[in-house]
Write a protein that binds this ligand. Sequence first.
Ligand code: NAD
Length: 419
Amino acid sequence: MSTRSVYQDVQKRFHRAADLAKIDSSMRAILASNTNEIVVHFPVRMDDGRIEMFTGYRVQHNDARGPFKGGLRFHPEVELDEVRSLAAWMTWKTAVVDIPFGGAKGGIQIDPSKYSQSELERITRRFTFALGDNIGPDYDIPAPDVNTNARVMAWILDTYLQTRAPGARHNCTHVVTGKPVDLGGSLGRDKATGQGVVWTLEAWAKERGFNLAKMTFTVQGYGNVGSWSARLLAGYGSKMVAAEDHTGSIANPAGIDCEALAAYVRVKGGVAGYEGAKAITHLEFMAAQTDIFIPAALHNQITLETALLIKAKVVAEGANGPTDIEGEAILLERGIDVIPDVLCNSGGVAVSFFEWLQGKHDQMWSLEQVDGELHKKIFKAYEDVRLVAEELKTDRRMAAYVLAIRRLQRVYEQRGIFP
Ligand code: NAD
């Protein structure tokens, strides 16, 4: 893993894209900055009666195109620079997939496996209380990310509602997305990010003349994004030959049953020990013979050290920031395509937007409607990025960034800067 701050990569990539987009220095200064950076320290009572202090973050990068939007992550490595990076990526992502949201991200520096469910609930609720009016249904809307899920969103929603005046609690359920369907969540949100990943792969395969049914794939991270991507890709007839998560790496060149592995992970908490495959090392996993590699875990996994090992034809970035700058240069030099995170995993935030709309208008869309709208968004975004890449003769990531920057620039040009 690279030791350089992921935020330095974010800034470098932004400035490279800003050069390509030929934006002026004022626009560049605005987009290189975060609007708000909120750090909160808060006490929570543990099950044994002790009080522990926690640190939580919410970085709001830009809201020129709409309310701040982005996930909340529970992980021991969450720190300000990581959250800043994730927030900026959200701004580019919402612009690429063309939904009227800005970009934000947050998290708590915590290893959730060390806490009971009731402790996690109190930590989540106290964090939500500490954020106060820094989130809101028309201001900043959190969603699930690493180690957070629909249940965590339900706790946030309930805490937010309980801290409003009784008369102000109506029509507030869209303060979070990715919540349980019974509380106003959207059908199809759970699989949305993975669905977007496989649709970008479908578009890529069509562009490149490949048949997904004849292709093999590997997945790093078998949580929400990884497991859904795998299960949906298996539906095309593609074969998963290796998988990895925080518990270990496994492989079976004859194919791994994606559904059975998902069921196993739900019970055991990870892929290690799955009987339908043999254990391999992390480096063997990175070097596995495969057509498609889907990183769907954490950032900076494909680096100077590991990019040379990868044998895939394409890297589909389910995770945010899995490929660092040097890693990407090596992949591209070796002719390996990269479907960048801000395009590849944008299905999640697109369906979050649909969920938000449903909440705002007291509607419930059918799964067919959600999938139909998502399908349009993903294929349009893929084509928009492809066209910019062709126009500027650049790679897909730079094309996606330029597309986002141009869309943001148009908003600033028409609105101007207050006062
Ligand atoms: P998750 O918590 O459901 O799953 C995370 C997975 O990563 C788990 O399988 C975990 O074991 C694995 N992991 C953690 N550390 C690892 C390590 N060192 N090596 C290998 N695997 C490791 O989280 P998720 O929601 O699936 O998010 C995964 C990635 O996708 C993150 O980068 C997240 O920002 C991104 N993402 C998520 C969404 C979403 O809708 N959930 C949307 C867009 C992007």
